[in-house]
Design a protein around this ligand. Sequence first.
Ligand SMILES: O=C(COP(=O)(O)O)[C@H](O)[C@H](O)COP(=O)(O)O
Length: 326
Amino acid sequence: MADDYPGVDTFVEDTAEDIAKMEIRGAATIADAAAEALAVQADRSDAATPAAFRAQLRAAARRLYETRPTAVSLPNALRYVLQGIDGETVSELQESTITRAEEFQVDLEQAQERLGEVGANRLRDGDVVMTHCHSTDALSCVEAALDAGKHVEAIVKETRPRKQGHITARQLQEWGVPVTLVVDNAARRYLDDADHVLVGADSIAADGSVINKIGTSGLAVNARERGVPVMVAAQTIKLHPDTMTGHTVAIEMRDETEVLSEAERADITGGNPADEGLVVENPGFDVTPPRYVDAIVTERGQFPPESIVTLMRELFGDTTAEPWEA
Ligand SMILES: O=C(COP(=O)(O)O)[C@H](O)[C@H](O)COP(=O)(O)O
């Protein structure tokens, strides 16, 4: 792997591994870790010339980019850092990369806080939210509502196959929020007890479609049928610039062992684990059409999904190059 990415620091390699293995996970957290990795790459660079420095940084960005395909916050973070660096010498470039990465991380934190305040305005005292997966953007809305003195309760979907709902439940418990944990299949039944569906996003497309953890779209369709509004909490780094020019968002397909262990497979196939007649599909994400989403809450205010393209144009212009082509 190291040969494919010459000059890439071991810290970048480790971060990339952690993202790929989902030890670092969730779109905002991945973006933060990627910016940090570029800063460390810059700091530890042994490049003799500015050109060599830039080549190493581009290789580091490529290594990080190739970990997981769906959360656009990752290429957006890489692009932000790479496009912003400036300098004539290696040490100027090092300093500039570190400053730019730090700036990104501070902005990320502030955006999440502001988004939380916007989202909290939609939550009334005593409301019950139903969550899916674990989203730091979604939870920041609950946190801000609690800070404003509102009582909030949560119905937390387990979120198979990796059960990120447990992370959400743990965080809410720490904040003193009463939690009812349900298996994914029970969600429709419990929607009658919910005032909002509150989820995050890995990417938002130009038509307002929301790409988030698998199961989000089914939840949103059921919520519409039950009359429960769906609120998507997503910082603007979740806006996918390539979708303005017609590109689709890649949906990550994950390993079958997350769904079915080898022993379970053998059990189904009568002891033949290599049986090709049994196919397991394990998509990590799905696409919720804009008509099932009531509001996209960002640090710039809340938007109906159909109008998100205006914000996208303002923020990204025509930028659709790969991060290292910046
Ligand atoms: O779908 C997931 C995480 O998927 P995974 O566990 O596969 O990474 C989260 O809802 C979004 O990434 C938003 O999270 P955040 O609001 O923290 O960016």
